[in-house]
Structure formats: C-alpha cells, structure tokens
Write a new protein. Sequence first.
Length: 216
Amino acid sequence: MNFLKKYRHTLAIPAYGILYLLAFQYVEQRSVRHHIIHMKIDDYIPFCEYFIVPYFLWFIFIAATVFYFAFINKNKKEYWQLVLSLGIGMTLFIIISLIFPNGQELRPSLSGDSIFIEMVRYLYKIDTPTNIFPSIHVFNTVACCIAIFRHKGFRFKRLVPIAAGILGTLIVLSTIFLKQHTLLDVVGAIVLNVFCYQLLYKPKAVQEKQPARVRA
C-alpha cells in the first residue's frame, strides 16, 4: 500500500499505454487508402542495415528514461513534463493517422543472411510501412533527450547527457537509413517536439527571466 501511495503518479503510464496500444492497433488494422509520403531526398539516402542496432535500442532507451523519472528522480514536475510530452505527441500521432492515413514505399529488397539483415527482416515483418507521420521513434527519442538534458541531477554527470545525445542521434538516423521513415516524418516529429517544449518547458523559462516586481 505504501508503494502504491508513493508511486501512484506512475499509474498514468500503464493507463495511457493501454489506450494508446488499442488506438494504434485500430489505425493499423483498418482498411483505408494510405497517402504515400515521399521526398526526393529520400531516394539519395542509402540503406544501412547496421542501424538496426540503435533502432532496437530505442525500446530500452525510452523505458529506462521513463523508469528513471518515474521511480528514481524525486522531482515530480520533471516526471510530468516528460510523461505529458510523450502523451501529447503520441495522441497527436494517432489523430493524424486517423485523419490522414499515410505510408511509404521506400523499403528495399533484402539480400544476405547476416544477423543485421535478419533483424531488419524481422522489423519489416512486425512493423508495417503505414502510419509513419510523424515518426514516434524520433519524437519519443527527442522528448527523452530533452528531459535528460534539462535534468539538474545530470549537470555534474556529463557522461549521461553525452551518451543520451549520441544514442538519440543514432536512433533518429536509424529511422531513415533503415528506410522505416521518410525525412518528412523526422522533420514532423521534431516540429512536434518544439511544440511540446514550448507548451511544457518554456513557461518556466519565461517566468524565471521576468524581473521581480517592486512593491510600492
């Protein structure tokens, strides 16, 4: 009981997670015509199977970041900033997928039997090339990096933000080098991150810059 009372704020995660998965399953399985997203620059980005490693590390990175801010970090405001950012982005993604069903046709024919190619084959099998805009892989990665970069507890532990920045960059790049997303999906996710940052983080910064009122 004490555990539930202490960490009751974390119940928002499984509650929203269930709703999101149900909504995602619906948009993935419904029969609709998907609008193909494509940019000319996508054709010049080479396929590289080695990016499958950071792509799958995304799951560990997101889970570890959320776990830290939910159970280890004592600053509840930072927890809610991260969770609300993720929730807003993922909800807008579902809404966009409902209104504007989309997809891509960039996936190459895979040849070879290396472990990296086999991992890509598995990815292509379990994840359809539909409902890709904006890239949730990119959005959640950037949202977690923002939370880590702003966390005061890491200011004297430069290794964590640097490692998160490097891994985050590789994850973002993996989405286009594995032909999972178009460059437009990546840009859309970053724009959405800017919106969430302005909404959830910027008001604090503005308030801190305001000069103190002089009492008469």
